[in-house]
Design a protein around this ligand. Structure first.
Ligand code: ZN
Length: 501
């Protein structure tokens, strides 16, 4: 009887997932194909679909089935995937029903206005014009957190949307350890400086960059009949459903690094989506666990593999042959060093892998303080600049290069930033474990054979779906709970010889 209720519950969850996937397809189209004037109608389509998903998951019938299954004797001895599916359905259901409808609607109305005000304020370098919008957004998110947290930590309640089960009490020591380990190294590297880019002023024809980047997804193991690569202003990866995962990139004729590493990054996300267990398609167990675990997969391919010497032993001759005018006098060592330049900077999205986590640590400290009320929006620009001096040794010349640079807060994504740093740390820990399990890994990568590493990741991470928290998946894959040590080891081993520090 209860198993029947479970099957009925999952049928509702699968239906909601199919409706959700229609909105993903529309979002992909919006970023890649849709003519600009279609935006208002696209907004209506997406709002209707969001409403349908909400209705499915919060309906009285869903709540009754959920309670029936949860209180049944059947569930105790049910397989792990069924127990996870029920727990995850409960988590999502509770988040949705705890939010008052008026708050959801007001937040939805406020986001486009606030995001527009942010874009204008950044363009005009005018924090004062954005301040009332950010104040309203912080107030709305605090209300949301109070509604969801039911007495618990407000910041945890917001983080839970992106990283289910994560606690700031566990994440904050991580970030502190990263800052403590990285700040002295960044100072030492900063003192050394960088030579000019060896290809500065040369051109990389976009048609040839397309050829180069177009071959990468298949080479990494994405099914050619199950994936595609397009161009968009902001690169992303979107799974539409089983057998259909799409990535995008953008090209710059003066510098192919953005397109190339962008494809490596998004292909890492896509491999994770492709590796999910099709037997659980449409249920939580058949979905990627969290943003941080997702980011661990993209960063692993982009940085730990893609910026490593073994990868370039195989790929540099190919790249050089495609761009002889730009690279004929650039040897492998100079190229490898150029794609691994480290320099303290003000802008997060342009940061290298060494300084990147410092940008994140700054944001997490500040957004926690905004949410717990110890920092006012008024005081944010000054606090931002203090944090940048402390972490990166730089003072932003203005707010456009400071607290106005990221879109996240303007659209209410508080609790998101930490997932970037967790992803980096998880990636390093996974790579260490993969090396131990696959002693010939570097040789395989240097031969152009990525299959052993892909298979290891599918087995240890992708097939897990949503079983266990993100931190638990990393612990099971690597044999120990996540911490910052593997990342700091990786960074020191790689950059000490590159910079002689
Ligand atoms: Zn990513």
């Amino acid at each position: 009887m209860s198993e029947q209720a479970y099957q009925q519950l999952m049928a509702r969850v699968r239906d909601a997932s199919v409706v959700q996937s229609i909105s993903w397809l529309l979002s992909w189209d919006q970023e890649t194909m849709m003519p600009a004037a279609g935006a208002p109608h696209r907004g209506k389509q997406l709002a209707l679909l969001a409403g349908l998903v909400h209705e499915r998951l919060t309906a009285a019938a869903t709540a009754e089935l959920l309670q029936q299954v949860e209180t049944s004797a059947w569930l105790k001895d049910a397989p792990a995937h069924a127990r996870t599916n029920v727990a995850e359905t409960r988590r999502v259901h509770d988040r949705l029903v705890r939010l008052p409808r008026a708050l959801v609607e007001e937040t939805a109305r406020t986001i486009p206005v606030s995001q527009h005000a942010w874009a204008e304020a950044r363009r005009a370098n005018d924090f004062a014009s954005f301040k009332p919008h950010l104040e309203k957004m912080v107030a709305l998110k605090r209300d949301e957190a109070r509604a969801i947290a039911v007495g618990g930590d407000l910041y945890d309640a917001l983080m839970d949307e992106f990283e289910p089960g994560a606690r700031i009490a566990e994440v904050a020591p991580f970030l502190d350890a990263l800052v403590d380990g990285l700040v002295p190294l960044v100072r030492a590297i900063g003192a050394k400086g960088n030579p000019a880019l060896p290809w500065a002023g040369r051109r990389f024809p976009i048609e040839r960059q397309r050829v180069l980047c177009g071959a990468l997804p298949t080479e990494l193991g994405l099914r050619p009949d199950g994936s595609r690569l397009d161009v968009s202003a902001h690169p992303f990866c979107q799974r539409i459903g089983h057998g259909d995962v799409r990535i995008t990139t953008r090209f710059d004729e003066a510098d192919p690094r953005g397109a190339y590493f962008g494809v490596m990054h998004e292909a890492g996300h896509a491999l994770y989506e492709q590796g999910l267990d099709p037997a659980h398609d449409g249920t939580p167990v058949g979905e990627a666990r969290s943003i941080a675990v997702h980011e661990s997969q993209s960063r692993l391919w982009e940085n730990l593999v893609g910026r490593g010497l073994p990868w370039w032993r195989h790929h540099y001759p190919l790249v050089r042959a495609l761009f002889p005018e730009a690279l004929h006098d650039v040897e492998l060592d100079a190229f490898h060093r150029a794609i691994n330049r480290v320099a303290p900077s003000l802008i997060r999205v342009e940061a290298d892998e060494v300084t990147y986590n410092l940008h994140i640590a700054v944001r997490v400290r500040l957004e926690r303080a905004l949410i717990d009320g110890s920092l006012s929006v008024e005081a944010l620009p000054g606090a931002w600049n203090d944090e940048y001096r402390r972490a990166l040794g730089l003072t932003p010349p203005d707010d456009a290069n400071g607290c106005l640079q990221d879109v996240h807060w303007s659209c209410g994504a508080f609790g998101y930033f930490a997932t970037y740093a967790l992803g980096n740390v998880y990636a390093a820990q996974l790579m260490e474990a993969a090396r131990a399990a696959l002693p010939m890994l570097d040789e395989a990568v240097a031969r152009g054979d990525q299959a052993p590493l892909v298979a290891w990741l599918v087995d240890k991470v992708h097939r897990r779906g949503s079983i266990g928290r993100g931190a638990r998946i990393i612990e099971d894959a690597t044999g120990r709970p996540p911490d910052a040590a593997a990342f700091l080891r990786y960074i020191k081993q790689k950059y000490a010889p590159l910079y002689g520090v």
